[in-house]
Design a protein around this ligand. Structure first.
Ligand SMILES: [Ca+2]
Length: 464
């Protein structure tokens, strides 16, 4: 048994895994028995959100407990400045053994290589699914095999080699199921004879929204390419049939990648069981953000819509978290770092903007717990034609401002669009199909939410 005072932390994060593709979140399209083991043994969060729905920014917010404009990683091209404080550094300083294995995606070299880790083995950039090159403590090497297996193999190896008299914190970061969704041999034939159902908003016509939704180039029928689909469609399909065929191709491969993640999570859980580590180890499974799996006719993320910003979040810690519990309270990716520090008994630095949700996980709700959140996506028209936007989500409403008439912080907007607003009543319209921003009945709500948005922008110091 390791030190019972300080729990071990096993943080497993995949890339672009939407909660809709997890059976513990009532998936209609697949089964994830090993992820369900974590949910059944602990707590599942239903309203965990990222504050900027793309890879590098979400990862930087998780490490630092700070929003993108404060930690400096607002876009995919911003490199992480590792001189700032992170939770792994603080854990390491407090005597934890620390490691990161898998996807880093925060820049390589200089101040951007991983810091605060006794051991690191990361993919360069996005990395490859098959026989990936990896960087081990600064040294490049090619590792044969399938990336999800490799990340798990090295994670288990590192755990085997750990010192048993110190607690550990292992960040196991999967590349899967990121585009271009390349499954391994073992799962290559899953779903072959199954028609996977399409989501309710698959044939969204983008009416009753701001112009951003219709302008986005992430449509299943038009924007998946040959590399994504891997084969040519059968001849003579109608447009509707072709769209469904493309969805099947995409979702089959996506779910095959997820199946491998699920198997490999099972291997890690088995290892903890075998070593008697389960009781004293906090196990988290999450993803850097959500993903559209055909909702609104899309793949990808970026938008402030729920499928994109919602992170699956499962956490098991038998000493403190009741098995099979669910919390609907709002938790953000900036809250992760303070929570881990709280569990380790380390004071949370002032500069961290998030807040520990350890009490929520114990089943308590602090009186002043957050009921609204600030979101911002900065990469105007950079990928998939998505407009830059920011907004506020409360438990009932979501107000989004597509602000691109003004220059952003980098002064980079050279294709301005008229500013536009969207308002969704999430109680009446949970699928976000009908903006009620201009409906007179919502004038009061708009006013309140604009005030709340101003308040949040001040609070998180994004007032530019
Ligand atoms: Ca991602």
């Amino acid at each position: 048994m390791s030190n019972t005072k300080n729990p071990n932390i096993l943080f497993i994060m995949s890339d672009d895994h939407g909660a809709q593709a997890m059976s513990c979140y009532d998936s209609k399209i697949n089964e994830t028995p090993n992820l369900d083991r974590i949910a059944n043994g602990g707590m599942r969060l239903t309203n965990c959100f990222c504050t900027n729905s793309i890879c590098s920014p979400s990862r930087a917010s998780i490490l630092t407990g700070k929003y993108s404009h404060i930690n400096g990683v607002k876009t995919l091209s911003d490199r992480f400045d590792g001189r700032q404080q992170t939770f792994p550094k603080l854990l390491q300083k407090a005597g934890y053994q620390t490691a990161i294995i898998g996807k880093w995606h925060l820049g390589q070299g200089g101040v951007s290589s991983p810091t605060g880790f006794d051991y690191w083995l990361v993919l360069p950039g996005q990395g490859l699914y098959h026989n990936p090159e990896m960087i081990e403590m600064g040294e490049k090497k090619v590792i044969n095999g399938y990336v999800t297996d490799i990340i798990t193999d090295y994670s288990i190896d590192w755990l085997k080699k750990r010192s048993k008299d110190k607690p550990f914190c292992l960040l196991c970061h999967h590349k899967a199921p990121h585009r271009s969704w390349e499954p391994d041999e073992k799962h290559a034939h899953l779903y072959e004879d199954v028609e996977i159902p399409t989501p309710e908003t698959f044939n969204d016509d983008y009416k009753n929204r701001a112009s951003a939704a219709a302008a986005a180039t992430m449509r299943i029928e038009r924007d998946l390419n040959k590399r994504d689909l891997k084969k040519d469609p059968p001849p003579n399909l109608s447009p509707e049939e072709l769209k469904r065929w493309k969805y099947q191709r995409f979702i089959e491969d996506y779910l095959r990648c997820v199946a491998s993640v699920d198997d490999n999570v099972g291997r890690l859980l088995d290892y903890l069981d075998e070593e008697g580590l389960t009781e004293n180890t906090i196990v988290v499974y999450t993803s850097d953000q959500g993903f559209f799996l055909g909702e609104h006719g899309w793949f990808d993320k970026r938008f402030m819509y729920d499928e994109s910003i919602r992170m699956p979040f499962l956490i098991r810690y038998p000493r403190e978290i009741k098995p099979g519990t669910v919390s609907d309270r709002m938790v953000l990716n900036v809250d992760f770092a303070p929570t881990f520090l709280d569990y380790a008994g380390i004071p949370i630095p002032e500069e961290m903007q998030g807040r520990s949700f350890r009490r929520l996980l114990r089943g308590e709700t602090p009186q002043d717990w957050q009921t609204s959140m600030y979101y911002r996506y900065w990469m105007h028209l950079a990928h998939h034609g998505v407009y830059a936007h920011y907004g506020v989500r409360t438990e009932q409403y979501k107000l989004i401002y597509y602000y691109a008439e003004a220059l952003d912080a980098t002064g980079a907007i050279d294709d301005p669009k008229p500013p536009e607003w969207e308002l969704f009543d999430l109680e009446k319209d949970p699928l976000e199909m009908n903006s009620v921003y201009n409906e007179p009945a919502y004038a009061g709500v708009v006013k309140e939410l604009k005030a709340e948005l101003d308040r949040l922008r001040k609070e998180v110091k994004d007032e530019q």
